[in-house]
Design a protein. Structure first.
Length: 492
């Protein structure tokens, strides 16, 4: 067993803070043998991210808030700093050897930071992520050559399916090393040696408050500890999602990624945080979108959380207060989530304001000779279902309980039959034609009310539903398809 490494040893941070480099002395400048200013590799470019004044977002509070733009790290987030630091600490300790495998539970950004280091150093990577992580970030990690395992979010941390437990099992394979950002003291120490000194230099020591989202707690602990040693009056404000253990006992799932926790990681010193600001998903996403549109800075949801916390705190401070908020990553990893109107609508974060009409308007506009609701019963055969699909030119139908016809209620809906599923059954089993529909039943079509705004129906259809069942005061009145919506919109 290797002896524990001294994470305060500056030599192990040669990449994350620069070889023979003191962050308090300004940005690194490298000149090669030809006199060119050039970095030896991408890893040497970690850190030294700039500060920018948020004059538009700060217009309604006394002080002007300043942001540290961590998305300008090579991998696009603050986690670049700890990725290379944890790898080099493990190499120095003999825990990670040539040809080894890096296994880590991550919400994505730490994975990217580790993947960049692994790409340069020749390690294999396996990252375990919760299922709320955006597909953008999963694709990004895979682009660097990492393998990604997705686990359910809404389970206890000790559940065998949790991403913590799955990563533990994967880390047991020969040659594997788990940096474990939640326990690795190189995490907060990196910020003591890089991010904290950078902020002190960039502000000229004129900093009254530091605001950040708290996930593993490494950033808040490291930066806060460094800055408080130089200014004991400095306040650290922790921005925390509603549902996180840090600021409340009511722990429940939330959608903001990368911050908040359901346990207390050893990398976090809670005594460092002076003020907690609890922020909802709605507030976080709205603020991230506002920052992008008003400041031109594309940020993620956790950056929105931090900004809400910073603005709340700034509202209580004098005009000359110096407040710095850390924006941890870019919004590029969330284009299919918080920057997608359909996703926002599906999760109740965007009000229906398009004025496109209602589900009832579309149903009233449907013409043709179709019966009000083309449907089946569970004892009818597959051949009958195929016949009805062909006769009426539809690709899906609801299945009602036996004996229920045109006055079906939502409670009478047992499921559905869909053209694609029937084709699959028929190809695999020639005897399927005489089977009852009950044996090949598909899940019910999503239900909408005729009073619902058309935006809601569009969100359901855009998220993959083949069609919708519309009901009016508890009575099924028809099936709504994409074609129906397009025809309605075209005729308006």
């Amino acid at each position: 067993m290797n002896a524990p490494i001294d994470v305060t040893d500056r030599s192990i941070y040669s990449r994350s803070i620069g070889i023979e480099h003191d962050p308090s002395q300004g940005p690194r400048v490298h000149r090669d043998h030809l006199g060119r200013e050039v970095a030896p590799d991408l890893l040497a470019l970690m850190g030294d991210t700039p500060l920018v004044a948020l004059d538009k977002l700060s217009r309604d509070v006394p002080p002007t808030i300043v942001a540290k733009l961590e998305m300008l790290n090579p991998g696009g987030s603050v986690k670049d700093r700890i990725g290379i630091a944890m790898v080099e600490a493990a190499e120095a300790a003999g825990e990670l050897r040539p040809g080894g495998t890096i296994v880590e539970p991550t919400s994505g950004n730490t994975g990217v930071g580790l993947a960049i280091a692994a790409a340069r150093k020749g390690y294999r990577c396996i990252f375990v992520v919760p299922d709320k992580v955006s597909q953008d970030k999963i694709s990004l990690m895979r682009a660097y050559g990492a393998e990604v395992v997705v686990c359910p979010t809404a389970v206890d941390p000790k559940d065998p399916r949790s991403y913590y437990e799955v990563s533990d099992r994967l880390a047991e394979q020969p040659g594997a090393f788990k940096p474990n950002q939640y326990f690795n003291q190189a995490n907060p120490q990196t910020h003591i040696m890089s991010t904290g000194p950078e902020l002190w230099r960039q502000t000229g020591g004129n900093i009254d408050a530091f605001v950040c989202g708290v996930g593993t707690g490494g950033t808040a602990t490291g930066v806060g500890r460094y800055l408080k040693e130089r200014n004991p009056d400095l306040k650290v404000i922790g921005a925390d999602p509603e549902g996180s253990l840090y600021s409340a006992d009511d722990v429940h799932p939330y959608l903001v990624e990368g911050i908040g926790e359901d346990f207390w990681p050893p990398t976090f010193d809670p005594d460092i945080v002076d003020v907690w600001e609890r922020v909802s998903d709605q507030e976080s996403f709205a603020m991230a979108r506002r920052c992008t549109r008003e400041e031109g800075i594309l940020i993620g949801g956790s950056g929105g959380t931090a900004l809400v916390g910073a603005l709340r705190y700034a509202a209580t401070q004098p005009e000359d207060a110096s407040i710095v908020v850390l924006l941890p990553d870019s919004g590029r990893g969330y284009l299919t989530k918080l920057y997608d109107d359909t996703w926002m609508t599906e999760h109740g974060f965007v009000e229906h304001t398009s004025g496109a009409g209602s589900v009832g308007d579309v149903m009233a506009s449907k013409g043709g000779d179709l019966p009000p609701v083309v449907h089946l019963h569970p004892d009818e055969e597959v051949s009958a279902a195929i016949g009805l699909l062909k006769e009426y030119g539809v690709s899906q139908m609801p299945v009602f309980a036996g004996g229920v016809h045109d006055d079906a209620s939502p409670d009478d809906v047992l499921g559905s039959v869909r053209e694609s599923a029937l084709l699959d059954v028929a190809l695999r089993d020639p005897a399927a034609m005489t089977k009852p529909i009950a044996e090949v039943l598909q899940p019910p079509l999503p239900m909408v009310s005729t009073d619902d705004a058309l935006d809601r129906a569009l969100a359901e259809l855009s998220s993959g539903a083949p069609a919708l069942l519309a009901h009016d005061t508890g009575r099924i009145v028809g099936v709504l398809t994409r074609a129906d919506v397009l025809a309605y919109l075209a005729d308006r």
